[in-house]
Design a protein around this ligand. Structure first.
Ligand code: GAR
Length: 196
């Protein structure tokens, strides 16, 4: 059984979907801890499932590197086989990425390499494209630049705003994320040499 730690910053709706999937009989992974860089609303989903949570507040540290060291310490304690960034809105410092990648994955609300960064949905709207997407990637030291594990197109519809478009993307992200975690857990996706 694959042990998974999930890191979030926000409402954790994708986390919730992963928790629901992991609670299904036969799902080959279990969520062992959920962490956040702030007092994130989504931690309540983990508590609901009786899963331990932790917070390593970004603002409590003088530098990103010190925050990353503290976060890496918590992840080591948890001892997860896989770390999932599910809406963690912070860049991870290189030493943490080097320690955990490629068993460190991220979900992103755009069809990477299009629209990386913190505003993938807003940037797609601003660019006026008629389709965007969702991606699950291995984290590397760049911004959403790691190997792509799964991705799918999502249409942009006339009249969309950031919220309506993000609401259309998130169910696709959830499906892709759950599928990637399942495939890592059952051995059909090897993160050391991923082939889509
Ligand atoms: C998700 O769409 C996730 O892909 C995005 O934040 C949202 C979190 O939603 N992450 C990024 O944009 C990272 N660059 P949630 O808290 O409702 O799961």
């Amino acid at each position: 059984m694959l042990s998974v730690a999930v890191l979030i910053s926000g409402t954790g709706s994708n986390l919730r979907a992963l928790l629901d999937a992991a609670a299904e009989p036969g799902f080959p992974a279990r969520i062992v801890a959920v962490g956040a860089d702030r007092d994130a609303e989504g931690l309540a989903h983990a508590t609901h499932f009786g899963i331990p949570t932790f917070t390593v507040p970004f603002r409590a540290f003088a530098t990103r590197e010190e925050w990353g060291e503290a976060l890496a310490g918590r992840l080591r304690e948890v001892g997860a086989d896989l770390v999932v960034l599910s809406g963690l809105m912070r860049l991870l410092p290189a030493p943490l990425v080097d320690e955990f990648a490629p068993r460190l994955i991220n979900t992103h609300p755009a069809f990477l390499p299009e629209f990386p960064g913190a505003h993938g949905v807003r940037d797609a709207l601003a660019a006026g494209v008629d389709e965007t997407g969702a991606s699950v990637i291995i984290v590397d030291s760049g911004v959403d630049s790691g190997p792509i594990l799964a991705q799918e197109r999502v249409p942009v519809l006339p009249g969309d705003d950031e919220e309506t478009l993000h609401d259309r993307i998130k169910p696709v992200e959830r499906r892709l994320l759950i599928d990637v975690v399942r495939r890592v857990a059952d051995g059909s996706l090897d993160l050391e040499s991923p082939a889509r």
